[in-house]
Design a binder for this molecule. Sequence first.
Ligand SMILES: Cc1cc2nc3c(=O)[nH]c(=O)nc-3n(C[C@H](O)[C@H](O)[C@H](O)COP(=O)(O)OP(=O)(O)OC[C@H]3O[C@@H](n4cnc5c(N)ncnc54)[C@H](O)[C@@H]3O)c2cc1C
Length: 314
Amino acid sequence: MFNIDMDSLDLEKTYDLIVLGGGPTAIACAIYAARFAMDVLIVGKVFGGLIATTDIVENYPGITSISGQGLMEMFKDHMNSLSIPYISDEIRSIENVEDYFVLHSFFQKFKAKSICIATGSERRKLGIPGENEFAGKGVSYCATCDGPFYKDKVVCVIGGSDSAAKEALFLAQNVEKVYIIYRKEEIRAEPINKKRVYENEKIEIINNTNVVEIVGKTTVNHVIFDNGKELEVDGVFIEIGSIPNSEIAQRIGTKINEKGEIIINRKSETNMPGIFAAGDVADAPFKQAITGVAEGVIAAYSAFDYLKNVKIEY
Ligand SMILES: Cc1cc2nc3c(=O)[nH]c(=O)nc-3n(C[C@H](O)[C@H](O)[C@H](O)COP(=O)(O)OP(=O)(O)OC[C@H]3O[C@@H](n4cnc5c(N)ncnc54)[C@H](O)[C@@H]3O)c2cc1C
C-alpha cells in the first residue's frame, strides 16, 4: 500500500519485480505486474511524477479533463486497490548479483529478480547567468507550483513546446501579462493549445529570440535578449524540455542514446536481461503520460515472460 511502513517490509525478500519511479509509467507497470500475481514493489522518489505538476490534462483517454494531481490520485487508488507496496525513497545504484539485482537507496537495500526503470526526467536548465542565482526567487520550472505567487504580475515563459503553451495558459489565469519567448519562428504546441494561446489577450509571443541573462536584485527584475533588448518581468518560467534520469541505469551498463535516454525495444527491454525501462526515461520519440503507461504495461508483460523463462528459484 501507499508509503508503507519500512518495518512491515521484508527486506530479505527477493521481489519478482521492483519498479523505480512514482509517475504514471511506474504505477501502470506495477498494476499489470500485480495482476500477473507477481511480487512487485514500487520505489519512487516523489509520488505523481511530472504529470502531477501540470494544471490540466485533457488528452488522457477516458477522462475528458482533470488536473495532473487528480489523475495521479486515481492511479494511487488503483494501486491501493491491488495492495501494491509503494516506498518513498530514491534508488542510488543498482548492482547485478548473479541472477538478481540489488537496489541501493541511502539507507536500504532491495532485491529483485527483474527491474523496470521508470525514473522519468528532470527539467532542462538554460545555463545562463542569473538562472541559478534567482532559482526560487523569480525563476521557476513549474507554473502550477509557483504561478499563484505571481498574481497580477508580469511573467515570461521560455520555450515553445506544447508544455510551454500550457504553462503560459495556466499563468494567464492569474497574472497581468505573460510573454512566451521562443528561439524559433513559431511555437510547436498542439493546435488546440496554440489557438488558445493566440486568442488569449494576456499572452504575447516574442519569436526568434533567446534570453541570455536573468537580472534582478533580491528577486527577478528583467531579462536580457540576444539582440540586446531588455524585458521587465517579475517571474521567469523555464520550459525547455528535460534530461532523462538514466544515470543509475548507465552505471550498471544499460545502453543509452545521445540524448541520455535508455534504449528499449518494442518489448520495453533494454540491452540487459531482466532490466526493463519505460516512459520519459526511455528513447521513444513521444513523451506523454499515456505513452509512458503503455510502455510500462509492456515492461510488466516482458518481465512476466522473463521470469517464466529464466525460472529463477530462491
Ligand atoms: C508542463 C507539462 C505538461 C504536461 N502535460 C501533459 C498532458 O497534458 N498529457 C500528458 O499525457 N502528458 C503531459 N506531460 C508529459 C508527462 O508529464 C510525462 O510524459 C509523464 O509524466 C512521464 O511519466 P513517467 O512516469 O515516465 O516519468 P515522470 O512523471 O517524470 O516520473 C518519474 C518518477 O521517477 C521518480 N524517480 C526519479 N529518479 C528516481 C530514483 N533514482 N529512484 C526512485 N524514483 C525516482 C521521480 O520522483 C518520479 O516520481 C506534461 C509535461 C509537462 C512538463
